[in-house]
Design a protein around this ligand. Structure first.
Ligand SMILES: Nc1nc2c(c(=O)[nH]1)N[C@H]1C(S)=C(S)[C@@H](COP(=O)(O)OP(=O)(O)OC[C@H]3O[C@@H](n4cnc5c(=O)[nH]c(N)nc54)[C@H](O)[C@@H]3O)O[C@H]1N2
Ligand SMILES: Nc1nc2c(c(=O)[nH]1)N[C@H]1C(S)=C(S)[C@@H](COP(=O)(O)OP(=O)(O)OC[C@H]3O[C@@H](n4cnc5c(=O)[nH]c(N)nc54)[C@H](O)[C@@H]3O)O[C@H]1N2
Ligand code: SF4
Ligand SMILES: [Mo]
Length: 877
């Protein structure tokens, strides 16, 4: 790895909670080279496909450059005056609880701190909640119940030093790819290490699993209760450590009462897992949204923590429960108190001493003393008109909250909505009264905290486009107009950080764990050069692990085991809705795609929304591969592409969360998810909706490519960025009366020359638009899913493309198939052919032959899967 060059600047990746260090090289024209920082303790130089392709996401297309009021540009002064006037009027007439902020675990700590201080300390309401409610709330609640504080005990090294790593409800290979790569490397170096994956689906993460337990949705509490009972049976309880833990007997008694059939796992597999766990001292249990996003999320968390407490396997090298965070600053948001039921620096809203200390520190007249509305309740209150002014910052709730169609209606019906975003082209931003342009990643400065409590700097390397400003300035400009200028008179993120670090010293004074007061007098230069630092940072307490010493943060100072009773998902399958709908992420897209969707490379991996369904269920429903399916729930409907796979349990279906009104309006999966939450954490049950599935018969199916953006008129469409422009899948219930008119309207191209090949008898139609010898756009339609070479066609706009209407490359150019390796753009067919022709037997051999998988490595699990799929066939030959 090269040293950092003089022109490169250290920063942190924009995406997930692994928090990888990046080296950014601005090219002076708004572009940026991005590579891994070999000195960052999260990644030591590695990056995944999303981090690697960050440079491709920075274009100005669709960027929001000016404050906009009802679609018209206004000055910042006018915008902030109006926001203050509207919020003040509502507060005066209806009280502070009639306004709300809905913020994000992607805000920088400094932005987040200001938003929280403004709402809780000055507006005087706790109606600030964050998308972390949809993400980490159950972990927060579980940690607080067991440890008395919301703290991840361990570090990333623990995964590498463990002898058994259990991944439950986590698709680490796709969602925390660099941490996964560290695990893969550790397992290769220490072959006795075992990995167990607990997930209803056989995901890419199972590539390194010694055992996969396809747990029934919601079966986790029973599964870990069974483990606790087995630990006790085996005499493996750690008596010494348990002298520091309360609640042991009740937890064990409840565990013994659990019916293990709720796990859906065979007794033999359960036994194998329990024996492995009990017999291995160094165990790390990693968990994520399959655990958190559940109506029993907090109980799932405590069922896991119980087992680690019972054995004392916590906060020691290679041991511990490990909740991995999703967003880049999910952890920082929890630290600043971004949730409606927390204060700041792990202090408690409902603790009068904490409140009065914070009020004194902020010099505010009152600090909210009752928890505010949690996300789902907040948007219900918006819908019912109880919240009349709403500010949404750095999140897209019209897509990502459950019952998303109702959320969209609620936002549309709210008296006054401010949205701070980098683009106006989101489902939420389109509903705003006032849109405020934010500087994006690489255009602003601040800090983020990753999954293992490491605080890293994000640094500004690009100029703010147009009039965009960092989010904290949206808030301070507003605060000044509300009359609180002095308390929000910050000149820089460094100044905000110093105040926050000083406040954490008060928390430390109360004996709380989150204390970074050692950084409270950091100079501007020190902040500028701050290297990754794990908290706590206070006097002798630096970095390290928590709870291994038996010291907890409950009133008694002891840890707590909790009796937890298994209960299944709230929504019950019925004859009308017989399927269990699971939702989640794909490898190369980030949430609602407003950034990752700008990258042609990332968009090539999976270019349209899909539904994973077991072949036996598909057969029963008359669904074939590539069919479109209509999925309905009691809350909404979606049309998705069927993807038949044996990796999902019969009766379960899975759809990704990423598609939106901008990219595939019928693919908004949260429209189907019930607004059901965990009563303890308030986190929605995003992974266990109920649904019906039916084949959706289109009158025609289409595929289109163009050099510029276009929006099809059709019952189903999904568009994706390509290196040459855009591509789209299209389907509609009936055929247009005039194909030529349809094709012209589709691309809105007036001039040029239109070439047509049509066969009315077969119902097929193909058209190409050529201008000055260059292909601008092409459209292919047929009564069944169009069979053309999509990746080949996607590269044609802008070229002379003589063969375009044939839909395929010449005989000398085989179809590479859908891209699997996004770094080098290598398709599945190319890889399959090479495996067959060259008798490649390992991922390394594929890498040597084609380069695939040798850059970021994110596709390596899928390469291994291709090898595994071919192996039995080869053996049978
Ligand atoms: N590529 C990519 N990476 C991301 C993100 C992204 O959008 N794209 N987002 C980031 C964010 S914010 C987050 S929170 C993380 C999420 O990271 P993960 O939690 O790993 O991702 P998900 O796909 O949401 O869900 C994980 C798995 O839970 C399983 N699951 C569903 N129900 C159950 C159950 O009842 N029990 C168990 N044990 N498992 C179940 C699902 O089948 C799924 O495979 O990813 C982060 N990283
Ligand atoms: N069904 C289902 N639903 C889910 C989930 C699931 O697994 N299944 N997962 C849930 C989870 S874990 C999460 S974390 C959420 C994520 O859901 P969201 O937070 O709603 O999704 P994002 O696309 O990340 O939205 C971020 C927004 O911020 C904007 N933005 C980017 N940079 C900046 C900036 O610097 N400043 C400002 N002001 N705006 C910026 C982006 O353009 C985008 O509009 O989704 C949740 N919803
Ligand atoms: S794992 Fe990938 S997305 Fe996550 S921080 Fe690292 S490079 Fe970024
Ligand atoms: Mo998340």
């Amino acid at each position: 790895m090269k040293d950092v060059s003089a022109s490169e600047i250290r920063s942190t990746c924009a995406y997930c909670g692994v928090g990888c260090g990046v080296l950014l090289g601005p090219d002076g024209q708004g572009g940026l080279s991005v590579r891994g920082d070999s000195e960052h303790p999260a990644n030591f130089g590695r990056l995944c496909s999303k981090g690697t392709n960050l440079g491709e996401t920075l274009g100005m297309e669709d960027r929001l450059l000016h404050p906009m009021l009802h679609g018209k540009p206004v000055s910042w002064d006018a915008a902030l005056d109006l926001a203050a006037e509207k919020f003040r009027a509502v507060i005066e007439e209806h009280g502070p609880d009639a306004v709300a902020f809905y913020v994000s675990g992607q805000l920088l700590t400094e932005d987040y701190y200001v938003a929280n201080k403004l709402m809780k300390g000055f507006i005087g309401s706790a109606n600030i909640d964050t998308n972390s409610r949809l993400c980490m709330a159950s972990s927060v609640a579980g940690h607080k119940r067991a440890f008395g504080t919301d703290t991840v005990p361990g570090t990333y090294e623990d995964l590498e030093e463990a002898d058994l790593v259990v991944l439950t409800g986590s698709n680490l290979a796709w969602c925390h790819p660099v941490l996964y790569q560290r695990l893969v490397a550790a397992k290769a170096a220490r072959p006795h290490m075992r990995v167990v994956v607990i997930d209803p689906r056989r995901t890419a993460t199972c590539d390194i699993a010694d055992l996969h337990l396809p747990v029934a949705p919601g079966g986790d509490v029973a599964l870990f209760n069974g483990l606790l009972a087995a630990i006790d049976d085996a005499g493996a309880m750690n008596a010494e450590f348990l002298s520091h833990v309360d609640g042991v007997e009740a937890a064990v008694a409840e565990a013994r009462a659990s019916d293990l059939s709720a796990t859906g796992i065979s007794p033999a597999d359960l036994r194998a897992f329990y024996d492995l766990w009990i017999g291995t001292g160094k165990v790390v249990t990693v968990y994520s949204q399959g655990v958190n996003q559940s109506s029993a999320g907090a109980d799932k968390v405590n069922a896991i923590l119980n087992c680690h407490l019972a054995t004392g396997r916590i906060g020691q090298p290679g041991m511990g429960p490990f909740s991995v965070t999703g967003q880049p600053n999910a952890m920082g948001g929890r630290e600043v108190g971004g949730l409606a039921n927390m204060l700041a620096s792990h202090m408690d809203l409902e603790n009068a001493d904490h409140r009065s200390a914070v009020r004194g520190f902020w010099d505010s007249s009152a600090v909210a003393d009752t928890p505010g509305l949690k996300a789902v309740d907040m948007f219900r209150a918006v819908g019912e008109g109880r919240i009349k002014a709403l500010w949404i910052m750095h999140t897209n709730p019209a897509v990502t909250l459950p019952d998303a169609d109702r959320v969209r209606e609620a936002i549309a019906g709210c008296d006054f909505v401010v949205v701070s975003d980098i683009t106006g082209a989101t489902d939420t931003a389109r509903l705003a009264d006032l849109l405020l342009p934010a500087t994006g990643w690489a255009e602003k400065s601040g800090t983020v905290t990753n999954s293992d409590r490491t605080i890293s700097r994000q640094r500004k390397v690009l100029e703010a486009p147009g009039e965009a400003r960092p989010d904290w300035q949206h808030l301070t400009g507003f605060a000044a107009r509300m009359g609180w200028g002095t308390a929000f008179d910050y000149a820089s993120p460094a100044e905000i950080f110093r105040e926050y670090a000083a406040l954490s010293g008060i928390a430390g004074g109360f004996g709380l764990d989150f204390d970074i007061s050692g950084l409270s007098d950091i100079s501007d230069a020190g902040y500028e050069s701050l290297s990754p630092t794990r908290w706590p940072v206070a006097g002798a307490r630096q970095g390290g692990r928590f709870f291994g010493d038996g010291r907890f943060f409950t009133p008694s100072g002891k840890g707590r085991m909790l009796p937890v009773t298994p209960r299944g998902p709230v929504a019950q399958t019925t004859a009308e809705h017989p399927f269990r709908l699971n939702t989640g992420r794909i490898r190369d897209q980030w949430h609602t795609m407003t950034r990752s969707g700008r990258s042609a490379k990332l968009s090539a991996h999976l270019a349209e929304p899909f539904l994973e369904i077991h072949p036996s269920d598909a057969a029963a429903k008359g669904i074939s591969p590539s069919d479109l399916v209509e999925v309905t729930s009691p809350h909404g409907r979606a049309i998705l592409r069927a993807f038949l796979t044996e990796k999902i349990r019969p009766g379960d279906i899975f759809a990704p969360m990423h598609w939106t009104g901008e990219t595939a309006p019928s693919g908004r999966i949260d429209a189907l998810v019930a607004p059901v939450v965990d009563p303890v954490s308030g986190q929605p049950e995003s992974k266990a909706a109920v649904a019906q599935v039916a084949r959706w018969q289109a009158g025609f199916y289409g595929f289109a490519i163009s050099d510029s953006s276009f929006t099809p008129e059709a019952d189903y469409w999904a568009r994706a960025r390509t290196a040459q422009g855009w591509r789209a899948e299209i389907a509609h219930a009936s055929c247009p009366e005039d194909w030529e008119v349809y094709a012209r309207d589709l691309f809105q191209i007036d001039g040029g020359n239109m070439q047509i090949v049509s066969d009315p008898a077969r119902g097929t139609f193909r058209a190409a638009f050529v201008e000055e010898g260059r292909l601008r756009a092409a459209f292919f339609a047929a009564p069944e899913p169009v069979a053309v070479m999509r990746d080949y066609l996607s590269a044609l706009p802008g070229t002379d493309a003589p063969m375009v209407l044939s839909g395929r490359a010449g005989a000398d150019q085989p179809d590479p198939g859908p891209v699997l390796c996004s770094c080098f753009g290598i398709g599945v067919n190319t890889i399959l052919n090479a495996i067959g022709d060259q008798r490649l037997v390992s991922v390394e051999a594929i890498g040597e032959a084609l380069g695939a998988g040798t850059n970021c490595g994110s596709c390596r699990p899928e390469l291994a899967d291709l090898l595994a799929r071919l192996a039995p066939r080869e053996a049978a030959e």
